[in-house]
Design a protein around this ligand. Structure first.
Ligand SMILES: C[S@@+](CC[C@H](N)C(=O)[O-])C[C@H]1O[C@@H](n2cnc3c(N)ncnc32)[C@H](O)[C@@H]1O
Length: 225
């Protein structure tokens, strides 16, 4: 993303503020930056913080920094108060700034699982209602669905380690096959193969992994000519 921005605006220096609570993720990011040539025009500001901790920090500062681009890619699931987070981060946008949100779409297999099993799995479907939240805030946004798919055939191969890990990822349960009660395990496995979640292509189970891409604008942005 940084390289794309640089290609589009060569010669422009970039202040890149990172908000990430997980030290391992931060370390990986720093290692990647250290290995990537051509990033001299970027100043990195590292914050080992959750978005809420960052909000507290910003509100305690005198400076009113505005941002031209903010992204929240596959992260809003982890935030406690989504409307408050959206409100805060849109308030940080510069006049022409954009906030990019990417999340699992309502048309995905994930959404089918979340809706059906939210009381029995740690999954929840709050993130399927982001556009409704933005509308009730009076935010200006455009939303796009990107169709992507994921091969989960290995989940159905007995004793396949990759398949077991994939299943843990899909259900957000560690060792799902061993730990889940038999009725839940059987029902989830059945649903994963059903048309609400996936399709069979060339003998493979392909889960619908569609994502929703939402671009939020600053409310004060001038109308496009
Ligand atoms: C699924 S990863 C996505 C990472 C990256 N955006 C990407 O697309 O590759 C979610 C990230 O959100 C971070 N995260 C979790 N809770 C958070 C919070 N409350 N505030 C900010 N980031 C959080 C996690 O540590 C993790 O790095």
């Amino acid at each position: 993303m940084l390289s794309k921005i640089h290609d589009r605006y060569p010669g422009v220096s970039i202040n890149n503020t990172i908000v990430e609570p997980n030290p391992e993720q931060l370390l990986r990011y720093k290692e990647r930056v250290a290995k990537t040539p051509g990033l001299d025009h970027i100043t990195f500001h590292w914050n080992k913080k959750t978005s809420t901790e960052f909000e507290v920090q910003v509100k305690g500062e005198k400076y009113d920094t505005k941002y031209d681009f903010i992204h929240m890619i596959q992260m809003l699931y982890y935030v406690e108060d989504i409307p408050a987070t959206l409100k805060f981060f849109t308030s940080l946008l510069s006049a022409e700034g954009k906030l990019l949100i990417i999340l699992v779409a309502g048309t995905s297999g994930w959404s089918t699982l979340w809706k059906k099993y939210s009381s029995r799995l740690p999954l929840n479907d709050r993130c399927l209602y982001i556009t409704e939240m933005l509308s009730s805030m009076g935010a200006k946004y455009q939303s796009y669905d990107l169709q992507t798919v994921m091969d989960i055939s290995e989940c159905f191969v007995e004793g396949n380690r990759n398949g077991e890990l994939l299943l843990d990822f899909l259900t957000e349960i560690c060792d799902f096959k061993k730990n889940a009660p038999a009725d839940l395990r059987d029902a989830v496995m059945e649903d994963l193969k059903s048309s609400g979640c996936s399709s069979i292509r060339d003998g493979k189970v392909i889960v619908h992994n569609n994502v929703r891409v939402i671009v939020v604008e600053n409310k004060e942005a001038s109308p496009q000519p």
